[in-house]
Design a protein around this ligand. Structure first.
Ligand SMILES: [Zn+2]
Length: 211
């Protein structure tokens, strides 16, 4: 199985690896910094020896990752140099951290409803809750509380359990998560929250970065 270097060092944007398997335009490698969509976090963008990665696929049954390339000249044993789009990854990590903070502040306000969806992409993050009424009246206060929290730096750490049971720790916040994470909330910067109605009994909060 691939060694997930994106967990050890989520700031690393280049890595040398060895191809372990190849099939059509898909390859498997011994280690990677290239995150594959899972837990709502978008895949990285990047290249292997300057060949674009079209899709990064997390294999749910094996927990391995394979990469579909634009074209595949590689065979097992070949050395490759992978690079990921650093700005894209950083925006995802900032929005991902922001989503955890928002989650922490909003859940108690709503009486800990079920989270029915979450997604983090380059442009925005969203959190969906099963909730019977509009949360519009509480958005201003929520935004204020989060602005105050984010105006001070808070260290983030990850407690490692087994592969899929990693925990995001920040102050008293402790969330199971297998994404890639910043070291400090100071890197998130200012964020804007927006409430969206996505149907009866469902409330969405969208998060965007102000810079
Ligand atoms: Zn996370």
């Amino acid at each position: 199985m691939v060694e997930k270097v994106f967990w050890q060092d989520p700031y690393k944007t280049e890595l040398d690896a060895v191809v372990t398997r190849a099939h059509g335009n898909s390859i498997w490698v011994d280690k990677t910094i290239f995150f594959a969509f899972s837990g709502g976090q978008a895949s990285d963008k990047g290249t292997f020896n300057n060949i674009n990665v079209v899709e990064a696929v997390k294999e749910e049954d094996t927990d391995d990752i394979h990469y579909v390339l634009e074209s595949n000249p590689f065979k097992p044993g070949d050395r490759i140099h992978m690079t990921i789009d650093a700005e894209h990854r950083m925006r995802i990590m900032r929005l991902h951290g922001a989503a955890h903070v928002v989650d922490y502040f909003v859940l108690p306000k709503l009486g800990n409803p079920e989270t029915i969806g979450s997604n983090v992409h380059e442009d925005k993050a969203r959190l969906d809750f099963a909730y019977p009424e509009s949360i519009a009246p509480m958005m201003a206060e929520l935004q204020k509380e989060i602005d105050v929290f984010l105006s001070e730096p808070h260290a983030i750490s990850v407690r490692e359990g087994t592969d899929d049971l990693r925990h995001w720790i920040c102050e008293e916040i402790d969330l199971p998560c297998g994404g890639t994470h910043l070291k400090n909330t100071a890197e998130i910067g200012e964020i804007k929250l927006r409430r969206k109605n996505i149907g009866a009994g469902k409330e969405r909060i969208e998060i965007t970065l102000l810079a």
